[in-house]
Design a protein around this ligand. Structure first.
Ligand code: GLY
Length: 575
C-alpha cells in the first residue's frame, strides 16, 4: 500500500516536473501561456477554475488517487500563485462540500476583524467615512483565513494524508515562475502605482518596463512562505517567522493585526443553507455570507412565476427577476451579518409566506413603488475580484469554493519577506450605516464592525442536486453581483435547458436595490427587452462584464460538463 502511495506521488511530481522542464528546456514554450478550454466533457472527474495551471494541478491530484477535497486544497494554493489578483493565502473564502453519500457541509474560512477593530475605525472626527481607509493598504486587512480553511477541510475530508504534497505544486510554481497571460499582464499594469504607493518595499508585482503576456512571474518569497506551511502546517503561517513578518508589516503601515489575532484565527464548520426549487435541492453558504439566504429567497420567489414560458431575458422574466432582486438586496442590507455576533432572522427571511408578502407590491406592468427605496449614489466598481472553482471527483464527491482578497490584489499590500498579498476585506463591513461600500452595497447594525466578527459576504459557492443526485456545482466572483450571477446561471440550466458552458457564457444583468437600476453587460437583455423594461419604469445601464462563473453539470447520461467562463482565462478540464 505504502509502495502504491509512493508511486502515486512519484508520478504526481513527474507532472509538476513536466510543467517546469517544458518551460526551462524550451524558452519559446515558456513564453506561451497554457491555452484555456471553456467547455469540457468527461466521464469521471472535472475541475473548473480561473487558471489552466490550477485546473491541471487539481486534476492531477485526482488522477493520483486524491479526492475532490485534496484537489481543492491543491487548487486553492496554486491559485494563490498563478492568479494573484484573487487567489490567495492572505484572504479567505467559503467551501460547500457534498460527499458521494449525499451528506453536505459548509466551511467558513472568511477573514476576521482583528481584536483592535471597532465600529468607528474608518470614520473621521465628524463621523464621516475616510475615503480609501478600508480599501487601501495595511489597515484594510482582516485576519486571513485561507490557510486555516484548507487545513480544516483536509483534516475532515481529505483522502491523501500528506497535505504538503498538495501544496508542493504551488510552491514550485512560485519558485520557478510561470508565464502570465495577457489578462494578468493588463491587470498587473493597471495597479502598478498602487503597488508602489501601498508597500513599504518594492513587491514582485512591480515591473518598471510594464508587464506583457508571456512574461515570467517568479515569487520566491511566496515560495518560502509555502515551504513554511508545508513544513509546519497552520503554525507555519499563523505563528513563527511568517506571523512575525505579517506583524512587522502591520507596524510599518498602521495596520492592526497582532500575533494574538493570527493565533486565534480558526475556520468554522457551519450548516449549509438548503432549499428546494421544483425538482431540485440547492445547497449554499450560510452567514457570514449573504449568498445562501439571498439565493434561496430569489429561487423561492421565482418558483411561483412562469419564467420558462415567459422566455429567456424577455421583458416579463427580466422584470420579475429585477423586482425579486430589489427586495432581496434590501433585506440583505438590513438583516444580514455574521450570525455569531448578530441574530440574523434566517428562518423568517426564508419563510415562503414572508416572501409572498414581500412580492405583494410586485406589479407585472410597472416597477413597484420606490417609496420603500431611499436615494443612493454609486459608481460601478473598477473590478470585483474574487475567484471560484468547482470540482467533482470520480467517486462523486463535489466541492464548490469561492475565495477572495476582496478587490483586485486586495489591499495591494504585500507582506515584506513573505511575498503574499493582504486582503482588503474590512471594506465588506458596513463602515457607517447607509454609506455604500466598494460594491455600492449598504449595510446596517447587522454588519457593523466588531472585534472578532466576520464581514458580510456575497460569495455563493453552491451545489445543486436533482432527485437526490449531484446535478450542478457552481459559483462566481463579482462582489455584489455574485448572488444574481449564480441565480441566473441556475435558471439558465433548469428553466432554459442550457448546457453548462452555454449557461455560464450567457450575458447577465443585475439589480441590487440601491442604486435603483438594472445593470447589464454587453449582449444581455437585448434592445427590445431594454426598451420594454424602461417602459415599465426601470432605469437601465450598460456596465463591464458581470461575474466569471466556473461550474460543472452532471448530464442525463452521467457525464460531466465543465463550463469555464469565457470572460476570463478560466479553464475546464476533466478525465
Ligand atoms: N469580498 C466580496 C465578498 O465577499 O462578497
Amino acid at each position: 500500500m505504502k509502495y502504491l502511495v509512493n508511486i502515486r506521488f512519484l508520478s504526481y511530481f513527474l507532472f509538476v516536473f513536466f510543467i517546469f522542464s517544458a518551460q526551462s528546456c524550451n524558452p519559446s514554450a515558456a513564453r506561451l501561456p497554457i491555452q484555456s478550454s471553456k467547455k469540457s466533457i468527461a466521464s469521471k472527474a472535472m475541475v473548473v477554475s480561473a487558471h489552466p495551471l490550477a485546473t491541471k494541478i487539481g486534476l492531477e491530484v485526482m488522477k493520483q488517487g486524491g479526492n475532490a477535497v485534496d484537489a481543492a486544497v491543491a487548487v486553492q494554493f496554486a491559485l494563490a500563485v498563478v492568479y494573484p489578483g484573487a487567489g490567495n493565502i492572505g484572504g479567505g473564502g467559503f467551501m460547500i462540500i457534498r460527499t458521494k453519500d449525499g451528506s453536505t457541509d459548509a466551511l467558513d474560512f472568511r477573514e476576521m476583524a482583528p481584536a483592535a477593530a471597532h465600529r468607528n475605525m474608518y470614520l473621521d472626527a465628524d463621523g464621516n467615512v475616510i475615503k480609501g481607509l478600508s480599501l487601501d493598504g495595511h489597515r484594510a486587512a482582516g485576519v486571513p483565513g485561507s490557510v486555516a480553511g484548507m487545513f480544516a477541510a483536509h483534516e475532515r475530508y481529505g483522502k491523501n494524508k500528506d497535505i504538503s504534497a498538495l501544496i508542493a505544486p504551488a510552491f514550485r510554481l512560485a519558485q520557478k515562475g510561470f508565464s502570465i497571460s495577457q489578462q494578468e499582464a493588463t491587470r498587473l499594469n493597471k495597479f502598478q502605482d498602487a503597488f508602489t504607493k501601498l508597500n513599504t518595499t518594492t513587491p514582485v508585482f512591480v515591473n518598471k518596463k510594464g508587464w506583457k503576456s508571456n512574461d515570467l512571474l517568479r515569487q520566491k518569497e511566496l515560495a518560502q512562505t509555502l515551504q513554511a506551511i508545508m513544513d509546519r502546517g497552520t503554525a507555519g503561517f499563523y505563528e513563527g517567522p511568517v506571523a512575525d513578518k505579517i506583524v512587522a508589516e502591520m507596524a510599518a503601515g498602521k495596520g492592526i493585526i497582532t500575533h494574538q489575532d493570527l493565533k486565534n484565527y480558526e475556520a468554522k464548520w457551519r450548516k449549509p443553507i438548503s432549499m428546494p426549487y421544483k425538482d431540485y435541492e440547492v445547497i449554499s453558504m450560510p452567514p457570514p455570507s449573504s449568498g445562501g439566504i439571498a439565493l434561496a429567497q430569489l429561487l423561492e420567489i421565482a418558483s411561483h412565476y412562469p419564467i420558462k414560458s415567459w422566455g429567456f431575458q424577455s421583458v416579463n422574466s427580466s422584470h420579475l427577476i429585477a423586482e425579486a432582486e430589489r427586495r432581496v438586496y434590501a433585506d440583505r442590507a438590513e438583516h444580514l451579518g455574521d450570525s455569531d455576533f448578530y441574530p440574523v432572522p434566517q428562518k423568517n427571511l426564508l419563510d415562503p409566506a414572508y416572501l409572498r408578502k414581500r412580492m405583494k407590491s410586485y406589479k407585472p406592468s410597472a416597477v413597484s413603488s420606490s417609496e420603500e427605496l431611499s436615494a443612493g449614489s454609486f459608481a460601478p466598481p473598477e473590478s470585483e475580484e474574487t475567484t471560484h472553482f468547482s470540482i467533482v471527483d470520480a467517486e462523486g464527491n463535489a466541492v464548490s469554493i469561492t475565495t477572495t482578497l476582496n478587490a483586485s490584489y486586495g489591499s495591494k499590500t504585500v507582506v515584506t519577506g513573505a511575498g503574499f498579498l493582504l486582503n482588503n476585506e474590512m471594506d465588506d463591513f458596513s463602515s457607517k450605516p447607509g454609506t455604500p461600500n466598494f460594491y455600492g452595497l449598504i449595510g446596517a447594525e447587522a454588519n457593523a464592525i466588531e472585534a472578532g466578527k466576520r464581514m458580510l459576504s456575497s460569495m455563493t459557492p453552491t451545489i445543486v442536486t436533482k432527485d437526490k443526485n449531484l446535478f450542478m456545482v457552481l459559483g462566481t466572483p463579482g462582489g455584489s453581483t455574485i448572488i444574481t450571477s449564480v441565480f441566473q446561471t441556475i435558471l439558465n440550466v433548469v428553466e432554459y435547458d442550457m448546457g453548462m458552458a452555454e449557461a455560464v457564457a450567457k450575458p447577465r444583468f443585475h439589480h441590487q436595490w440601491l442604486p435603483d437600476q438594472i445593470y447589464y453587460e454587453e449582449g444581455a437583455l437585448g434592445e427590445v427587452t431594454i426598451k420594454g423594461l424602461e417602459k415599465l419604469g426601470h432605469q437601465t445601464k450598460l456596465r463591464e462584464s458581470i461575474g466569471r462563473v466556473d461550474a460543472i453539470l452532471v448530464r442525463a447520461d452521467g457525464t460531466l460538463e465543465g463550463g469555464a467562463d469565457p470572460r476570463g482565462d478560466d479553464h475546464a478540464e476533466g478525465f
